[in-house]
Design a protein around this ligand. Structure first.
Ligand code: DGY
Length: 335
């Protein structure tokens, strides 16, 4: 009998077809998000799962499903997966890096520009029928070209944003990351490492791309926001929880920060109510990687990880983007 896998959310037909060449596929075409109990029960008898950031994989779920051998996330971020719990139990976890880097960087840049140039505010004003005349200062925002771009977290996406800023917009790029880039990479992306306080104080536009972890929880809160220029913007395309959304809403309302662009939120899809009422913030529903081509590439990569992790396909036993490759040793459970 072929192994069974769960595809926890609706996905491209092409992905289901690819999985179905190897597995009995239990799909979720209605796309209703399974509750933790439903997910646990639906995983009974399954060797693997194709998941998204909406499905939480933790020790209790794994213990209830000791037959599970692979959980493959259709996302680069994996805040939803307890990686230690997976590794301890020999369960392969994977994510989808690289395929979304440029698309996500495009979006981060767009959100930063929308905040700086007050695009959403202007659109709301126009749609509300309030545009009756041109005025010299109407929605005058901050300059982007030639400004200082600050990047918090300088992985692949941060570097792609840095390139856009330096090469495309003549920006001075500074960044802060726990580990400094090699000098050659710094030169390539034309970015200079600074400490976190300097980053906050000098950025005209701060873009946050640091992965979520307990260590990055509220990395930018009231104290950090107080270090920023009142003319600055903040863009978060990382993960909800990296920014203290309540503190950010207060800073925006009090104009201690000019504007923000947010694609991710603490507790999403719920959004802090104060963010919904301040005008100087552009809000999008976690869509930074959402071009059709990139979402397809992410889904196919997650499927290929699942196929390979369960010992099928051309990469059998060698999933392309594992998060805990150490479990692929011969002693991995169930193999
Ligand atoms: C990612 O890939 O992490 C994106 O945020 C989509 O979840």
């Amino acid at each position: 009998m072929r192994p069974q896998v769960l595809v926890a959310r609706a996905v491209f037909d092409e992905v289901l077809e690819r999985l179905a060449t190897h597995f009995e596929v239990d799909a979720n075409p209605d796309d209703r998000i399974l509750t933790p109990t439903e997910l646990r029960d639906r995983l009974r008898g399954k060797a693997g799962a194709f998941i998204t950031g909406s499905e939480r994989i933790d020790a209790a779920l794994l213990d209830a499903n000791p037959q599970l051998r692979a959980v493959c996330n259709m996302a680069v971020g994996y805040k939803n997966i307890d990686l230690d719990a997976c590794t301890e139990r020999g369960v392969l976890a994977s994510n989808t890096p690289d395929v979304l880097t440029e698309t996500t960087a495009d979006f981060g840049f767009a959100l930063m520009m929308a905040a700086a140039r007050r695009i959403a505010e202007g659109e709301h004003f126009l749609r509300a029928g309030r545009w009756t005349k041109w005025s010299y200062d109407m929605f005058a925002g901050a300059e982007v070209h030639g400004a200082t771009l600050g990047i918090l977290g300088m992985g692949r996406i941060g570097q792609a944003i840095a390139r856009r800023g330096a090469l495309g917009f003549g920006m001075r790029v500074i960044y802060h990351n726990r580990s400094r880039l090699d000098a050659a990479v710094e030169a390539r992306v034309d970015a200079r490492w600074v400490d976190k306080a300097t980053l906050l104080a000098e950025s005209d536009h701060l873009v946050i791309v640091v992965p979520y972890s307990p260590a990055s929880h509220h990395l930018v809160g009231a104290a950090e926001l107080a270090l920023m220029k009142p003319s600055a913007t903040l863009t978060n395309i990382a993960r909800g929880g990296v920014v203290d959304d309540a503190a950010l809403a207060t800073a925006l309302r009090e104009r201690r920060l000019a504007a923000a662009g947010l694609d991710v939120f603490e507790g999403e899809p719920k959004v802090h109510p104060d963010l919904l009422t301040v005008p100087n913030v552009v809000l999008t529903p976690h869509i930074a990687s959402a071009s059709v081509a990139t979402r397809r590439a992410m889904a196919l990569l997650a499927a290929d990880n699942l196929i390979a992790a369960l010992g099928f396909g051309p990469d059998a036993g060698r999933p392309p983007t594992p998060l805990n490759p150490q479990v692929l040793q011969p002693a991995a459970r169930g193999t």
